[in-house]
Design a protein around this ligand. Structure first.
Ligand SMILES: *Cc1c(COP(=O)(O)O)cnc(C)c1O
Length: 231
């Protein structure tokens, strides 16, 4: 992966990525959306990409997001939260983002709904995060928890707009891209079809084509677009 580059290189990489997304989206009239993952990237770097036309940026760490927002306030960016969700940060996240993709608890859904209502930001977009592997430490809902929570949100929390399903396949899956992953991705697609607006947020730098082929609607791309990030 290239390490350092000029703004021209970023422009080229951005164009190539958009072209790839267009080319490999099953319905080119309705290509997947690019979420630029900017964790570990400077505000200046984000500004460069924003000046090329990118509007939606994903961040994983609340404090890092809040540090960047004021520096880039002149750009009307749309921030999306894709990190671990904590109760004490929810209100401010609802205030500073347009979407939270990592919802996996009913109690958090209630908090988001309350905050959205209080801040005049309802209906607020959320995705349910599914846990793809069985690591107990990972966050996300198990497969059998997904549909009941989706149904409950749709029924009881009109302050939320349930967009669909979000998944973070473990990096070890990169070694099995052709073996287990296609079937898993199709399964995720079928599950997403039963949730809210039926959007699927799946696919990162390494599995872009497979995710697109399976019908992902949102690709979350970090390093392949913005280069290596600060640890
Ligand atoms: C960091 C991150 C990404 C982007 O990963 P890259 O390998 O940099 O493309 C996507 N989704 C989530 C949830 C992330 O934390």
């Amino acid at each position: 992966m290239p390490t350092l580059e000029t703004p021209e290189n970023l422009a080229q990489r951005y164009q190539e990525l958009l072209q790839q997304i267009h080319k490999f989206s099953p319905d080119p009239a309705n290509p997947a959306q690019l979420l630029a993952v900017s964790k570990g990237q400077s505000a200046a770097r984000i500004r460069e990409l924003a000046q090329l036309g990118q509007v939606r940026f994903g961040e994983n760490y609340a404090q890092e997001l809040w540090d960047k927002v004021p520096e880039l306030a002149d750009l009307s960016l749309q921030w999306v939260y894709i990190g671990h969700l904590q109760s004490n940060k929810i209100r401010r996240l609802v205030e500073s983002t347009v979407e939270i993709q990592t919802l996996s608890q009913w109690s958090h859904a209630i908090q988001i709904a309350r905050a959205a209502s209080a801040l005049g930001r309802a209906p607020f977009s959320v995705y349910l995060e599914i846990k793809v592997d069985d690591e107990p430490k990972k966050s996300g809902l198990s497969r059998d928890e997904i549909l009941p929570l989706a149904a409950r949100i749709s029924k009881e929390l009109p302050e939320l707009r349930l967009r669909g399903l979000m998944a973070i396949p473990p990096s070890s899956y990169q070694d099995h891209l052709q073996a287990v992953v296609p079937e898993l991705y199709l399964h995720l697609r079928r599950l997403a079809d039963q949730i809210g607006d039926r959007q699927l947020s799946l696919g990162m730098s390494g599995d872009l084509r497979l995710a697109l082929g399976a019908g992902s609607n949102v690709l979350r791309i970090g390093r392949a677009l913005l280069g290596e990030r600060a640890p």
